[in-house]
Design a protein around this ligand. Structure first.
Ligand code: GRF
Length: 205
């Protein structure tokens, strides 16, 4: 199977990027990360990408109109012939312009069971609320904040955990598993969007 060309967009440490890269290297996902883009030039994820020999682009957003910044992002994605975009701790909301450049080909991972606790500090929000179950979600990106159709979710119980940091660490373990699983399914199975639903269907030959 031909490998899908994936770009990862990140702003920080990049542990989800590393998990994706390692899953691909183990042959678990028929894809290769051909570019890592960061809007924060000092993002540790960029250095990690360099360590894997993956091309990187630091494209700071500060001082630029959103559209201009996104045009720069799209330009590097096009130049790298990117087919899929994985957001991994990318702290920018995408505009309809960027989303429209890669329709149904942009994924995000969020550290809660959406639609609970969208936005920032989801693990702290869940902890403060006192939930017994939280988790993580991989979803296709639409114009909202953590609102797109859900591809995969994984639950994490809070019982026995002592702090939101412990919850975040447990959720992160599951994030590292489900991001690759979600991408693998989208690349290897037949699927369609029905309303808000991502429906996987058996392949017909
Ligand atoms: C993860 O918790 C992810 O769910 C959220 O941002 C965090 C990024 O972590 N969107 P990392 O940079 O992948 O380590």
């Amino acid at each position: 199977m031909k490998k899908a060309r994936v770009a990862v967009l990140l702003s920080g440490r990049g542990s989800n990027f590393v998990a994706l890269q390692e899953a691909m290297a183990r042959g678990e996902v028929p894809a290769e990360i051909v570019l890592v883009v960061a809007n924060e030039p000092g993002a540790p994820g960029l250095e990690k990408a360099g360590g894997f020999g993956i091309p990187t682009a630091a494209l700071p957003h500060r001082g630029l109109p959103r559209r201009e910044h996104e045009e720069r992002v799209v330009e590097v994605l096009r130049r790298a012939e990117v087919e899929w975009v994985c957001l991994a701790g990318y702290m920018r909301v995408l505009s309809p312009y960027l989303i429209g450049e890669f329709p149904q080909r942009i994924l995000n991972i969020h550290p809660s069971l959406l639609p609970a606790f969208p936005g920032l500090d989801a693990q702290q929000q869940a902890w403060d609320y006192g939930v017994k179950v939280s988790g993580c979600t991989v979803h296709l990106v639409d114009g909202g904040v953590d609102t797109g159709p859900i591809v995969t979710q994984r639950a994490v119980e809070t019982e026995g955990l002592a702090s939101s940091d412990e919850l975040a660490a447990r959720i992160l373990e599951e994030e590292h598993r489900i991001y690759a699983l979600a991408l693998r399914r989208l690349l290897t199975e037949s699927w369609r969007i029905e309303g808000r639903r991502v429906v996987f269907a058996p392949m017909f030959s």
